[in-house]
Ligand binder design. Structure first.
Ligand code: FAD
Ligand code: MLT
Ligand code: ZN
Length: 481
Protein backbone atom coordinates (compact mmCIF):
# COMPACT_ATOMS: atom_id res chain seq x y z
CA UNK A 1 0.00 0.00 0.00
CA UNK A 2 2.71 2.46 -0.92
CA UNK A 3 -0.03 4.68 -2.38
CA UNK A 4 -1.15 5.79 1.05
CA UNK A 5 0.91 8.80 1.92
CA UNK A 6 -0.74 9.37 5.27
CA UNK A 7 1.37 7.76 7.95
CA UNK A 8 -0.22 7.68 11.39
CA UNK A 9 0.68 6.18 14.73
CA UNK A 10 -1.78 4.11 16.72
CA UNK A 11 -3.20 6.21 19.52
CA UNK A 12 -1.72 4.60 22.66
CA UNK A 13 -4.70 5.63 24.79
CA UNK A 14 -6.85 3.03 23.03
CA UNK A 15 -7.18 -0.41 24.59
CA UNK A 16 -6.86 -3.71 22.78
CA UNK A 17 -9.58 -6.32 22.76
CA UNK A 18 -9.55 -9.01 25.45
CA UNK A 19 -11.67 -12.17 25.92
CA UNK A 20 -14.01 -10.37 28.34
CA UNK A 21 -14.85 -7.85 25.62
CA UNK A 22 -15.78 -10.64 23.23
CA UNK A 23 -17.94 -12.31 25.89
CA UNK A 24 -19.69 -9.03 26.56
CA UNK A 25 -20.50 -8.49 22.88
CA UNK A 26 -21.68 -12.10 22.45
CA UNK A 27 -23.99 -11.75 25.38
CA UNK A 28 -25.31 -8.44 24.04
CA UNK A 29 -25.73 -9.30 20.36
CA UNK A 30 -25.73 -13.11 20.18
CA UNK A 31 -22.94 -15.25 18.72
CA UNK A 32 -23.87 -14.69 15.07
CA UNK A 33 -23.49 -10.92 15.19
CA UNK A 34 -20.00 -11.06 16.72
CA UNK A 35 -17.71 -12.01 13.88
CA UNK A 36 -14.09 -13.08 14.21
CA UNK A 37 -13.88 -15.22 11.10
CA UNK A 38 -10.69 -14.33 9.18
CA UNK A 39 -12.18 -14.28 5.68
CA UNK A 40 -15.01 -12.00 6.68
CA UNK A 41 -12.63 -9.77 8.58
CA UNK A 42 -10.38 -9.54 5.55
CA UNK A 43 -13.31 -8.18 3.52
CA UNK A 44 -14.39 -5.56 6.03
CA UNK A 45 -10.80 -4.51 6.75
CA UNK A 46 -10.20 -3.71 3.07
CA UNK A 47 -11.69 -0.77 1.20
CA UNK A 48 -13.38 -0.82 -2.23
CA UNK A 49 -10.20 0.28 -4.01
CA UNK A 50 -8.04 -2.27 -2.18
CA UNK A 51 -5.87 0.62 -1.19
CA UNK A 52 -6.51 0.96 2.54
CA UNK A 53 -6.31 -1.99 4.87
CA UNK A 54 -6.82 -2.29 8.60
CA UNK A 55 -6.21 -5.17 10.99
CA UNK A 56 -9.39 -5.29 13.03
CA UNK A 57 -10.05 -8.54 14.84
CA UNK A 58 -13.74 -7.88 15.41
CA UNK A 59 -16.82 -7.11 13.35
CA UNK A 60 -20.09 -6.35 15.12
CA UNK A 61 -23.47 -6.35 13.39
CA UNK A 62 -26.10 -4.76 15.64
CA UNK A 63 -29.82 -5.11 14.81
CA UNK A 64 -31.27 -2.24 16.83
CA UNK A 65 -30.44 1.28 17.94
CA UNK A 66 -30.38 0.02 21.51
CA UNK A 67 -27.66 -2.49 20.58
CA UNK A 68 -25.61 0.26 18.87
CA UNK A 69 -26.00 2.36 22.01
CA UNK A 70 -24.81 -0.48 24.26
CA UNK A 71 -21.84 -1.20 21.97
CA UNK A 72 -20.69 2.42 21.98
CA UNK A 73 -21.25 2.89 25.70
CA UNK A 74 -19.10 -0.17 26.35
CA UNK A 75 -16.37 0.77 23.85
CA UNK A 76 -16.24 4.28 25.26
CA UNK A 77 -15.81 3.04 28.82
CA UNK A 78 -13.14 0.55 27.69
CA UNK A 79 -11.46 3.04 25.31
CA UNK A 80 -11.93 0.71 22.36
CA UNK A 81 -11.82 2.59 19.07
CA UNK A 82 -14.64 2.02 16.57
CA UNK A 83 -15.14 2.33 12.82
CA UNK A 84 -18.76 2.76 11.73
CA UNK A 85 -19.23 0.96 8.43
CA UNK A 86 -22.01 0.90 5.86
CA UNK A 87 -21.58 -0.68 2.42
CA UNK A 88 -17.81 -0.04 2.45
CA UNK A 89 -17.88 1.75 -0.91
CA UNK A 90 -16.16 4.89 0.41
CA UNK A 91 -13.22 6.14 -1.64
CA UNK A 92 -11.08 7.96 0.93
CA UNK A 93 -10.15 5.20 3.37
CA UNK A 94 -12.80 6.28 5.88
CA UNK A 95 -14.81 3.08 6.15
CA UNK A 96 -12.07 0.66 7.18
CA UNK A 97 -9.92 0.57 10.31
CA UNK A 98 -6.42 2.01 10.28
CA UNK A 99 -5.26 -0.33 13.04
CA UNK A 100 -7.35 -2.67 15.19
CA UNK A 101 -10.51 -0.59 15.61
CA UNK A 102 -13.74 -2.54 16.16
CA UNK A 103 -15.89 -2.48 13.01
CA UNK A 104 -19.56 -1.74 13.60
CA UNK A 105 -21.40 -2.55 10.39
CA UNK A 106 -24.99 -1.35 10.04
CA UNK A 107 -26.01 -3.88 7.36
CA UNK A 108 -28.41 -5.77 9.64
CA UNK A 109 -30.40 -2.63 10.37
CA UNK A 110 -32.18 -2.60 7.04
CA UNK A 111 -35.88 -2.12 7.73
CA UNK A 112 -38.10 0.44 6.11
CA UNK A 113 -40.01 1.99 8.98
CA UNK A 114 -42.65 4.05 7.19
CA UNK A 115 -43.50 5.75 3.94
CA UNK A 116 -46.03 8.55 3.62
CA UNK A 117 -47.43 8.69 0.11
CA UNK A 118 -48.89 12.14 0.60
CA UNK A 119 -45.69 13.87 1.66
CA UNK A 120 -43.22 11.43 0.05
CA UNK A 121 -41.36 11.09 3.33
CA UNK A 122 -39.50 7.83 3.84
CA UNK A 123 -38.24 6.74 7.26
CA UNK A 124 -35.83 3.82 7.34
CA UNK A 125 -32.94 2.26 9.19
CA UNK A 126 -29.41 3.31 8.27
CA UNK A 127 -28.37 -0.06 6.84
CA UNK A 128 -30.89 -0.03 3.97
CA UNK A 129 -29.06 -0.44 0.68
CA UNK A 130 -29.69 2.50 -1.62
CA UNK A 131 -30.83 0.33 -4.54
CA UNK A 132 -33.39 -1.43 -2.34
CA UNK A 133 -34.82 1.94 -1.35
CA UNK A 134 -34.93 2.95 -5.01
CA UNK A 135 -36.89 -0.24 -5.87
CA UNK A 136 -39.22 0.15 -2.90
CA UNK A 137 -40.02 3.71 -3.89
CA UNK A 138 -40.42 2.82 -7.54
CA UNK A 139 -43.34 0.57 -6.56
CA UNK A 140 -44.87 3.48 -4.69
CA UNK A 141 -44.41 5.92 -7.59
CA UNK A 142 -41.49 7.83 -6.02
CA UNK A 143 -37.71 8.10 -6.44
CA UNK A 144 -34.74 8.68 -4.14
CA UNK A 145 -33.34 12.22 -4.42
CA UNK A 146 -29.88 10.68 -4.81
CA UNK A 147 -28.46 8.07 -7.14
CA UNK A 148 -24.91 6.85 -7.56
CA UNK A 149 -22.88 4.12 -9.19
CA UNK A 150 -22.38 2.31 -5.87
CA UNK A 151 -26.16 2.01 -5.27
CA UNK A 152 -26.07 -1.80 -5.21
CA UNK A 153 -23.88 -1.84 -2.07
CA UNK A 154 -23.87 1.55 -0.37
CA UNK A 155 -26.24 2.16 2.52
CA UNK A 156 -28.36 5.19 3.22
CA UNK A 157 -26.54 5.68 6.54
CA UNK A 158 -23.24 5.74 4.64
CA UNK A 159 -24.69 8.13 2.08
CA UNK A 160 -25.84 10.48 4.83
CA UNK A 161 -22.54 10.17 6.73
CA UNK A 162 -20.57 11.10 3.60
CA UNK A 163 -23.18 13.59 2.37
CA UNK A 164 -23.01 11.72 -0.93
CA UNK A 165 -23.73 13.79 -4.03
CA UNK A 166 -24.10 11.64 -7.11
CA UNK A 167 -26.00 11.90 -10.35
CA UNK A 168 -29.15 13.78 -9.36
CA UNK A 169 -27.80 16.54 -7.16
CA UNK A 170 -28.08 19.07 -9.97
CA UNK A 171 -31.87 18.63 -9.80
CA UNK A 172 -32.72 17.73 -6.20
CA UNK A 173 -29.90 19.33 -4.23
CA UNK A 174 -27.77 17.82 -1.46
CA UNK A 175 -28.72 15.61 1.46
CA UNK A 176 -28.53 18.66 3.70
CA UNK A 177 -31.82 19.63 2.05
CA UNK A 178 -33.41 16.22 1.56
CA UNK A 179 -32.69 14.60 4.91
CA UNK A 180 -35.47 15.83 7.18
CA UNK A 181 -34.32 14.02 10.27
CA UNK A 182 -32.12 11.33 11.66
CA UNK A 183 -31.35 9.30 14.74
CA UNK A 184 -27.74 9.06 15.86
CA UNK A 185 -25.92 7.39 18.72
CA UNK A 186 -23.11 9.30 20.39
CA UNK A 187 -19.86 7.78 21.62
CA UNK A 188 -21.20 7.55 25.20
CA UNK A 189 -24.28 5.64 24.05
CA UNK A 190 -26.72 8.55 24.20
CA UNK A 191 -29.34 8.32 21.46
CA UNK A 192 -30.20 11.61 19.77
CA UNK A 193 -33.73 11.33 18.41
CA UNK A 194 -33.85 13.94 15.67
CA UNK A 195 -35.98 11.79 13.41
CA UNK A 196 -38.33 14.59 12.42
CA UNK A 197 -40.52 14.34 9.35
CA UNK A 198 -41.19 18.05 8.93
CA UNK A 199 -40.14 20.29 6.07
CA UNK A 200 -39.84 23.19 8.47
CA UNK A 201 -38.62 23.18 12.05
CA UNK A 202 -36.73 26.17 13.39
CA UNK A 203 -36.49 25.19 17.04
CA UNK A 204 -32.89 25.90 17.93
CA UNK A 205 -29.74 24.42 16.45
CA UNK A 206 -30.38 21.89 13.69
CA UNK A 207 -27.94 19.29 14.97
CA UNK A 208 -28.78 16.67 12.37
CA UNK A 209 -26.59 18.62 9.93
CA UNK A 210 -23.53 17.80 12.05
CA UNK A 211 -24.02 14.13 11.22
CA UNK A 212 -24.57 14.69 7.50
CA UNK A 213 -21.07 14.47 6.07
CA UNK A 214 -19.17 13.89 9.33
CA UNK A 215 -18.05 10.44 8.13
CA UNK A 216 -18.76 8.57 11.33
CA UNK A 217 -16.56 10.82 13.43
CA UNK A 218 -19.33 12.25 15.65
CA UNK A 219 -21.78 9.38 16.06
CA UNK A 220 -23.39 6.39 14.40
CA UNK A 221 -26.43 7.21 12.27
CA UNK A 222 -29.09 4.58 12.96
CA UNK A 223 -32.23 5.94 11.25
CA UNK A 224 -32.96 8.45 8.53
CA UNK A 225 -36.01 10.39 7.41
CA UNK A 226 -35.78 11.58 3.84
CA UNK A 227 -37.92 13.58 1.45
CA UNK A 228 -38.46 11.72 -1.83
CA UNK A 229 -39.74 13.28 -5.04
CA UNK A 230 -42.56 11.70 -7.08
CA UNK A 231 -41.52 9.57 -10.04
CA UNK A 232 -42.39 11.56 -13.14
CA UNK A 233 -43.69 9.85 -16.25
CA UNK A 234 -41.23 11.00 -18.88
CA UNK A 235 -37.50 10.45 -18.74
CA UNK A 236 -35.12 11.11 -21.62
CA UNK A 237 -31.42 10.68 -21.87
CA UNK A 238 -29.03 11.96 -24.50
CA UNK A 239 -25.44 10.88 -25.05
CA UNK A 240 -23.52 13.69 -26.72
CA UNK A 241 -20.06 14.42 -28.04
CA UNK A 242 -18.22 17.73 -27.72
CA UNK A 243 -15.11 18.87 -29.54
CA UNK A 244 -13.53 20.69 -26.60
CA UNK A 245 -14.06 21.54 -22.96
CA UNK A 246 -15.27 25.03 -23.70
CA UNK A 247 -18.19 23.51 -25.65
CA UNK A 248 -19.11 21.30 -22.69
CA UNK A 249 -19.18 24.36 -20.48
CA UNK A 250 -21.32 26.37 -22.89
CA UNK A 251 -23.62 23.39 -23.31
CA UNK A 252 -24.14 23.32 -19.55
CA UNK A 253 -25.09 26.99 -19.49
CA UNK A 254 -27.51 26.44 -22.37
CA UNK A 255 -28.98 23.31 -20.77
CA UNK A 256 -29.71 25.15 -17.54
CA UNK A 257 -31.40 27.94 -19.44
CA UNK A 258 -33.23 25.97 -22.14
CA UNK A 259 -34.08 22.71 -20.40
CA UNK A 260 -34.72 24.50 -17.13
CA UNK A 261 -36.99 22.56 -14.81
CA UNK A 262 -36.71 19.23 -16.69
CA UNK A 263 -32.92 18.94 -16.46
CA UNK A 264 -32.13 16.10 -14.04
CA UNK A 265 -28.49 15.18 -14.78
CA UNK A 266 -25.52 16.73 -16.54
CA UNK A 267 -22.46 14.48 -16.46
CA UNK A 268 -19.27 14.43 -18.47
CA UNK A 269 -16.34 12.18 -19.28
CA UNK A 270 -13.28 12.84 -21.37
CA UNK A 271 -11.80 10.70 -24.13
CA UNK A 272 -9.45 8.96 -21.69
CA UNK A 273 -12.35 7.94 -19.45
CA UNK A 274 -14.32 6.69 -22.45
CA UNK A 275 -11.34 4.72 -23.68
CA UNK A 276 -10.95 3.01 -20.30
CA UNK A 277 -14.62 2.05 -20.14
CA UNK A 278 -14.61 0.65 -23.67
CA UNK A 279 -11.45 -1.35 -23.01
CA UNK A 280 -12.11 -2.68 -19.53
CA UNK A 281 -15.85 -3.27 -19.16
CA UNK A 282 -17.57 -6.20 -20.81
CA UNK A 283 -20.48 -5.52 -23.11
CA UNK A 284 -20.06 -1.74 -23.27
CA UNK A 285 -20.39 -0.16 -26.71
CA UNK A 286 -19.74 3.39 -27.81
CA UNK A 287 -23.15 4.87 -28.72
CA UNK A 288 -21.34 7.27 -31.10
CA UNK A 289 -19.02 4.81 -32.82
CA UNK A 290 -18.05 6.75 -35.98
CA UNK A 291 -15.05 8.36 -34.29
CA UNK A 292 -13.67 9.03 -30.79
CA UNK A 293 -14.48 12.51 -29.46
CA UNK A 294 -12.57 14.55 -26.92
CA UNK A 295 -15.53 14.85 -24.54
CA UNK A 296 -18.82 13.09 -23.91
CA UNK A 297 -21.77 14.59 -22.08
CA UNK A 298 -24.75 12.77 -20.68
CA UNK A 299 -27.90 14.83 -20.26
CA UNK A 300 -31.02 13.48 -18.61
CA UNK A 301 -34.39 15.20 -18.48
CA UNK A 302 -37.25 14.21 -16.23
CA UNK A 303 -40.69 15.72 -16.54
CA UNK A 304 -44.39 14.98 -16.54
CA UNK A 305 -45.36 15.50 -20.19
CA UNK A 306 -43.85 13.08 -22.65
CA UNK A 307 -44.33 14.95 -25.91
CA UNK A 308 -43.54 18.37 -24.44
CA UNK A 309 -40.36 17.11 -22.72
CA UNK A 310 -39.15 15.28 -25.80
CA UNK A 311 -39.80 18.31 -27.98
CA UNK A 312 -37.94 20.49 -25.54
CA UNK A 313 -34.91 18.20 -25.54
CA UNK A 314 -34.90 17.81 -29.31
CA UNK A 315 -35.13 21.57 -29.85
CA UNK A 316 -32.27 22.08 -27.40
CA UNK A 317 -30.12 19.48 -29.14
CA UNK A 318 -30.85 20.92 -32.56
CA UNK A 319 -29.89 24.44 -31.53
CA UNK A 320 -26.76 23.13 -29.78
CA UNK A 321 -25.80 21.19 -32.88
CA UNK A 322 -26.38 24.25 -35.09
CA UNK A 323 -24.40 26.40 -32.68
CA UNK A 324 -21.50 23.95 -32.92
CA UNK A 325 -21.58 23.01 -29.22
CA UNK A 326 -22.13 19.34 -29.93
CA UNK A 327 -20.56 17.40 -32.76
CA UNK A 328 -22.67 14.26 -32.50
CA UNK A 329 -25.36 12.83 -30.27
CA UNK A 330 -28.08 10.28 -29.74
CA UNK A 331 -31.24 10.11 -27.61
CA UNK A 332 -32.00 6.75 -26.00
CA UNK A 333 -34.91 5.04 -27.73
CA UNK A 334 -35.82 2.70 -24.90
CA UNK A 335 -35.02 1.86 -21.32
CA UNK A 336 -32.25 -0.57 -22.29
CA UNK A 337 -30.44 2.01 -24.33
CA UNK A 338 -30.90 4.53 -21.52
CA UNK A 339 -29.27 2.17 -19.03
CA UNK A 340 -26.44 1.43 -21.48
CA UNK A 341 -25.68 5.18 -21.56
CA UNK A 342 -25.66 5.30 -17.77
CA UNK A 343 -23.44 2.22 -17.65
CA UNK A 344 -20.74 4.14 -19.50
CA UNK A 345 -20.70 7.01 -17.03
CA UNK A 346 -21.27 4.95 -13.90
CA UNK A 347 -18.71 2.37 -15.05
CA UNK A 348 -15.74 4.76 -15.03
CA UNK A 349 -14.66 3.99 -11.41
CA UNK A 350 -14.86 0.24 -12.09
CA UNK A 351 -12.90 0.57 -15.34
CA UNK A 352 -10.24 2.56 -13.50
CA UNK A 353 -9.93 -0.19 -10.90
CA UNK A 354 -9.43 -2.77 -13.64
CA UNK A 355 -6.79 -0.63 -15.33
CA UNK A 356 -4.39 -0.85 -12.36
CA UNK A 357 -3.38 1.58 -9.65
CA UNK A 358 -5.50 4.70 -9.29
CA UNK A 359 -5.01 8.02 -7.51
CA UNK A 360 -8.44 9.63 -6.98
CA UNK A 361 -9.18 13.30 -6.46
CA UNK A 362 -12.71 14.64 -6.03
CA UNK A 363 -12.74 18.38 -6.43
CA UNK A 364 -15.19 21.26 -6.51
CA UNK A 365 -13.93 23.95 -8.85
CA UNK A 366 -15.33 26.87 -10.81
CA UNK A 367 -16.67 25.24 -13.99
CA UNK A 368 -14.68 27.53 -16.28
CA UNK A 369 -11.38 26.47 -14.67
CA UNK A 370 -12.17 22.84 -13.96
CA UNK A 371 -10.55 21.14 -16.93
CA UNK A 372 -7.39 23.32 -16.84
CA UNK A 373 -6.29 21.18 -13.92
CA UNK A 374 -6.61 17.99 -15.98
CA UNK A 375 -4.46 19.55 -18.69
CA UNK A 376 -1.90 20.78 -16.16
CA UNK A 377 -1.67 17.33 -14.61
CA UNK A 378 -1.11 15.78 -18.02
CA UNK A 379 1.76 18.15 -18.63
CA UNK A 380 3.27 17.40 -15.23
CA UNK A 381 2.96 13.63 -15.47
CA UNK A 382 3.91 13.19 -19.11
CA UNK A 383 4.43 9.48 -19.81
CA UNK A 384 4.44 8.52 -16.13
CA UNK A 385 0.67 7.94 -15.93
CA UNK A 386 -2.69 8.54 -17.60
CA UNK A 387 -4.84 11.43 -16.42
CA UNK A 388 -8.60 10.95 -16.58
CA UNK A 389 -11.27 13.59 -16.10
CA UNK A 390 -14.99 12.99 -15.55
CA UNK A 391 -17.67 13.93 -13.11
CA UNK A 392 -20.73 15.90 -12.21
CA UNK A 393 -20.17 18.92 -14.41
CA UNK A 394 -23.59 20.33 -13.54
CA UNK A 395 -22.36 20.66 -9.93
CA UNK A 396 -18.84 21.91 -10.72
CA UNK A 397 -17.46 18.58 -9.48
CA UNK A 398 -14.42 17.13 -11.23
CA UNK A 399 -13.24 13.58 -10.62
CA UNK A 400 -9.56 13.80 -11.47
CA UNK A 401 -8.03 10.34 -11.59
CA UNK A 402 -4.49 9.30 -12.32
CA UNK A 403 -4.12 5.75 -13.57
CA UNK A 404 -0.88 3.76 -13.74
CA UNK A 405 0.23 0.15 -13.89
CA UNK A 406 1.29 0.34 -10.26
CA UNK A 407 1.58 2.76 -7.38
CA UNK A 408 4.79 4.73 -7.51
CA UNK A 409 6.04 7.50 -5.20
CA UNK A 410 7.41 9.36 -8.24
CA UNK A 411 3.85 9.71 -9.53
CA UNK A 412 2.45 10.74 -6.16
CA UNK A 413 5.12 13.45 -5.81
CA UNK A 414 4.00 14.98 -9.10
CA UNK A 415 0.35 15.02 -7.99
CA UNK A 416 0.52 16.11 -4.36
CA UNK A 417 0.58 18.76 -3.01
CA UNK A 418 0.19 20.33 -6.48
CA UNK A 419 -3.44 19.27 -6.92
CA UNK A 420 -4.42 20.56 -3.47
CA UNK A 421 -2.56 23.85 -3.92
CA UNK A 422 -4.16 24.36 -7.32
CA UNK A 423 -7.62 23.72 -5.88
CA UNK A 424 -7.06 25.98 -2.92
CA UNK A 425 -5.72 28.78 -5.15
CA UNK A 426 -8.98 28.66 -7.12
CA UNK A 427 -11.02 28.57 -3.91
CA UNK A 428 -12.27 25.09 -4.69
CA UNK A 429 -12.82 22.18 -2.33
CA UNK A 430 -10.47 19.22 -2.00
CA UNK A 431 -13.51 17.04 -1.38
CA UNK A 432 -16.67 17.76 -3.31
CA UNK A 433 -18.49 14.58 -2.27
CA UNK A 434 -16.29 11.68 -1.16
CA UNK A 435 -15.19 13.19 2.14
CA UNK A 436 -11.79 13.46 3.81
CA UNK A 437 -11.52 10.04 5.43
CA UNK A 438 -7.95 8.98 6.14
CA UNK A 439 -6.66 10.14 2.79
CA UNK A 440 -7.26 13.85 3.31
CA UNK A 441 -7.60 14.29 7.09
CA UNK A 442 -4.34 16.24 7.17
CA UNK A 443 -5.22 18.21 4.06
CA UNK A 444 -8.29 19.89 5.52
CA UNK A 445 -6.53 23.29 5.75
CA UNK A 446 -6.49 23.54 1.97
CA UNK A 447 -10.25 24.04 2.14
CA UNK A 448 -11.04 25.26 5.66
CA UNK A 449 -9.62 28.10 7.75
CA UNK A 450 -7.66 27.32 10.96
CA UNK A 451 -10.43 28.84 13.10
CA UNK A 452 -13.06 26.66 11.40
CA UNK A 453 -10.98 23.52 11.89
CA UNK A 454 -10.39 24.44 15.53
CA UNK A 455 -14.15 24.74 16.07
CA UNK A 456 -14.65 21.35 14.41
CA UNK A 457 -12.10 19.97 16.88
CA UNK A 458 -14.11 21.42 19.79
CA UNK A 459 -17.31 19.83 18.51
CA UNK A 460 -15.53 16.50 18.16
CA UNK A 461 -14.22 16.79 21.73
CA UNK A 462 -17.69 17.61 23.03
CA UNK A 463 -19.46 14.71 21.32
CA UNK A 464 -16.65 12.14 21.50
CA UNK A 465 -14.30 13.18 24.34
CA UNK A 466 -12.22 9.98 24.15
CA UNK A 467 -11.92 10.17 20.38
CA UNK A 468 -13.07 6.56 19.87
CA UNK A 469 -15.22 7.22 16.79
CA UNK A 470 -13.41 6.73 13.50
CA UNK A 471 -10.03 7.92 14.79
CA UNK A 472 -7.32 9.24 12.43
CA UNK A 473 -10.01 10.32 9.93
CA UNK A 474 -11.60 13.64 8.89
CA UNK A 475 -9.76 15.94 11.32
CA UNK A 476 -6.02 16.58 11.18
CA UNK A 477 -3.97 14.35 13.43
CA UNK A 478 -3.22 17.19 15.85
CA UNK A 479 -6.97 17.31 16.71
CA UNK A 480 -7.68 13.63 16.44
CA UNK A 481 -6.28 12.10 19.58
P1 FAD B 1 -19.01 3.36 3.80
O1 FAD B 1 -18.08 3.33 2.67
O2 FAD B 1 -19.18 2.10 4.57
O3 FAD B 1 -18.58 4.51 4.81
C1 FAD B 1 -18.27 5.79 4.37
C2 FAD B 1 -18.03 6.70 5.59
O4 FAD B 1 -19.24 6.87 6.32
C3 FAD B 1 -17.03 6.14 6.58
O5 FAD B 1 -16.32 7.20 7.15
C4 FAD B 1 -17.88 5.44 7.62
O6 FAD B 1 -17.26 5.41 8.89
C5 FAD B 1 -19.12 6.32 7.65
N1 FAD B 1 -20.38 5.61 7.91
C6 FAD B 1 -20.98 4.64 7.15
N2 FAD B 1 -22.16 4.30 7.68
C7 FAD B 1 -22.32 5.06 8.80
C8 FAD B 1 -23.35 5.19 9.76
N3 FAD B 1 -24.46 4.48 9.71
N4 FAD B 1 -23.18 6.10 10.75
C9 FAD B 1 -22.06 6.85 10.82
N5 FAD B 1 -21.06 6.77 9.93
C10 FAD B 1 -21.20 5.89 8.93
N6 FAD B 1 -19.97 9.21 -3.70
C11 FAD B 1 -20.67 10.29 -4.08
O7 FAD B 1 -20.84 11.20 -3.29
N7 FAD B 1 -21.19 10.40 -5.34
C12 FAD B 1 -21.06 9.43 -6.26
O8 FAD B 1 -21.51 9.56 -7.39
C13 FAD B 1 -20.37 8.24 -5.87
N8 FAD B 1 -20.24 7.24 -6.72
C14 FAD B 1 -19.56 6.13 -6.35
C15 FAD B 1 -19.42 5.10 -7.27
C16 FAD B 1 -18.71 3.95 -6.95
C17 FAD B 1 -18.59 2.84 -7.95
C18 FAD B 1 -18.12 3.84 -5.66
C19 FAD B 1 -17.38 2.61 -5.26
C20 FAD B 1 -18.26 4.86 -4.73
C21 FAD B 1 -18.96 6.02 -5.06
N9 FAD B 1 -19.10 7.09 -4.16
C22 FAD B 1 -19.81 8.19 -4.55
C23 FAD B 1 -18.41 7.10 -2.85
C24 FAD B 1 -19.14 6.72 -1.54
O9 FAD B 1 -19.06 7.83 -0.66
C25 FAD B 1 -20.55 6.39 -1.63
O10 FAD B 1 -20.53 5.18 -2.35
C26 FAD B 1 -21.41 6.19 -0.35
O11 FAD B 1 -21.99 7.37 0.12
C27 FAD B 1 -20.76 5.48 0.79
O12 FAD B 1 -21.75 4.71 1.46
P2 FAD B 1 -21.40 3.36 2.20
O13 FAD B 1 -22.63 2.83 2.84
O14 FAD B 1 -20.67 2.43 1.32
O15 FAD B 1 -20.44 3.89 3.35
C1 MLT C 1 -18.48 8.93 -9.60
O1 MLT C 1 -19.06 9.99 -9.79
O2 MLT C 1 -18.34 8.09 -10.50
C2 MLT C 1 -18.03 8.60 -8.21
O3 MLT C 1 -17.98 9.69 -7.38
C3 MLT C 1 -16.90 7.65 -8.09
C4 MLT C 1 -15.57 8.14 -8.55
O4 MLT C 1 -15.29 9.32 -8.50
O5 MLT C 1 -14.74 7.34 -8.95
ZN1 ZN D 1 -19.04 11.34 -8.19
Amino acid sequence: FSSVSTVVQRNPSFSTLNPDDISYFKQLLGEKSVIQDEDRLETVNTDWMHKYKGSSKLLLQPRTTEEVAQILKYCNSRRLAVVPQGGNTGLVGGSVPVFDEVIVNLGSMNNIISFDKVSGILVCEAGCILENLISFLDNQGFIMPLDLGAKGSCQIGGNVSTNAGGLRLVRYGSLHGNVLGLEAVLANGDVLDMLGTLRKDNTGYDLKHLFIGSEGSLGIVTKVSILTPPKLSSENIAFLACRDYSSCQKLLMEAKRKLGEVLSAFEFLDIQAMDLVLNHLDGVRNPLPATMHNFYVLIETTGSDESYDREKLEAFLLSSMEGGLISDGVIAQDINQASSFWRIREGVPEALMKAGAVYKYDLSLPVEKLYDLVNDMRTRLGDLARVIGYGHLGDGNLHLNVSAAQYDDKILEQIEPYVYEWTSKHRGSISAEHGLGLMKANKIYYSKSPETVKTMGSIKKLLDPNGILNPYKVLPHSLNS
